[in-house]
Design a binder for this molecule. Structure first.
Ligand code: C5P
Length: 403
């Protein structure tokens, strides 16, 4: 299921080959991709929007303005939504418009707003495709990084035989899949990741916890899984979900449960990434009944929780890589360096609460990586998914140099 949750926008323009898009959508939906169809007005003469919306489980958009009721389709939003845009069939006219920046219909406006890869499956008559003007437009689009899914030679709608038949849906599917095929640099590697907060019970209705949302750890799990790693994600209670065939999610509540689970999986792990915000203290006694309110002040006696990173550092062998996190509010580098040494980490990812764009509930993070050799690598503010890929990249080079 290589296309699981991948967002694919199909742009259909007016060619008889449009009827084949119904089949392409079925293939994509079978692969669990999310499909959105946008058509040009002339495409709707060849296949009905109803057919394509039924198959893609989403409304099909054609015009900028819906139902003439003042509601509009935000082309910028759809351009940014897509993980990849597939123009199929792409007519000479639509290709020419995009090559020259014309955005007088919704489809071309979306393409001009997109940042994702754009794949073009042309469909046209043999003379149209051979025309220097069309060939020139192909060249222009290729120079922008647009990819072309080659046309086939065969019988054309005009009755002529030659080049210009749109690639078959199965061929287009393969092309889309190869676009998403990430390098599988971690295939065969076991990676243990801790994420989220822990909850330390006070009584049956109360607990001690922190603001961690698990976003960073989950993004790392996803990045590692996409590179082929077998990920065991030991997560405290969070509101987010994750689904990937390479990720085994184990939910825990307390630091003790996270510790025990992590210890048992660490033995078989090549890498452990400890991004959880584990509570450092827990109530020494957990009341079996709800603690009643009294007039006097109330003192809660706390004891230390196990330090998972520290314990894993003690038993780690030379082949294993141990990565910790440090969230600091002052003396950031110094504190992170101390943790790196005390917990016998290979490297530590420092987040400073002083940095704009870093912190628990944010979608962005700003990190500095410190390794045990004394190197310091500062990074820019990035969204957490990109930060996750930076961390995975550093781990990859470390593993490579060890083996
Ligand atoms: O000492 P401090 O809690 O700041 O260290 C942070 C690092 O140690 C993080 O990687 C965190 O996941 C890990 N840690 C742990 N178990 C604890 C406390 C922290 O694994 N009890």
């Amino acid at each position: 299921m290589q296309l699981l949750n991948k967002k694919i926008l199909i742009g259909v323009s007016g060619s008889i080959a449009a009827y084949k898009i119904a089949h392409l959508i079925r293939l994509l939906v079978k692969e669990k991709a999310e499909v959105k169809v946008v058509m040009t007005a002339s495409a709707s003469n060849f296949i009905t929007p109803l057919t394509l919306s039924t198959l893609s489980n989403r409304p099909v958009d054609i015009e900028f303005v819906k139902n003439n009721q003042g509601e509009w389709t935000n082309h910028v939003e759809w351009g940014l939504w897509a993980d990849c845009i597939v123009l199929a069939p792409a007519t000479a006219n639509t290709i020419a418009k995009i090559a020259h920046g014309l955005s007088n219909n919704l489809l071309t406006a979306i393409v001009l707003s997109a940042r994702c890869p754009v794949m073009i499956a042309p469909a046209m008559d043999l003379d149209m495709i051979a025309h220097p003007s069309t060939q020139n437009n192909f060249k222009i689009l290729k120079s922008y990084g647009y990819q072309f899914i080659a046309t086939n030679f065969g019988e054309l709608a005009s009755g002529l035989v030659g080049d210009g038949r749109m690639a078959e849906p199965e061929e287009i599917l393969l092309y889309i899949k190869s676009n998403f095929k990430k390098s599988q640099r971690f295939s065969g590697k076991n990676i243990l990741i801790t994420a989220g907060p822990t909850q330390e019970a006070i009584d049956p209705v109360r607990f001690i916890s922190n603001y961690s949302t698990g976003k960073m750890g989950y993004a790392i799990a996803k990045a590692a899984a996409e590179e082929g790693a077998n990920v065991t994600l030991v997560s405290g209670p969070v509101a987010i979900t994750i689904e990937h065939p390479n990720i085994k999610l184990i939910k825990v509540n307390s630091a003790q449960q996270m510790y025990e689970t992590s210890m048992s999986y660490f033995i078989h792990s090549d890498v452990a990434i400890l991004s959880a915000a584990v509570a450092d203290y827990r109530p020494q006694f957990v009341a079996s009944e709800k603690i009643k309110k009294k007039d006097a002040d109330f003192t809660l006696l706390l004891e230390k929780t196990p330090d998972i990173a520290l314990e894993l550092g003690k038993i780690k062998n030379d082949k294993q890589t141990l990565v910790g996190f440090a969230l600091e509010t002052n003396n950031e580098l110094e504190n992170a360096q101390l943790k790196l040494q005390n917990k016998k980490l290979d490297f530590i990812v420092l987040n400073s609460m002083k940095d704009e764009g870093a912190g628990f509930a944010k979608d962005t993070n700003k990190i500095t990586i410190l390794d045990k050799e004394g190197n310091i690598f500062p990074f820019e503010v990035k969204d957490k998914e990109e930060v996750a890929r930076d961390i995975i990249e550093k781990i990859y080079f470390r593993i490579e140099n060890k083996s």
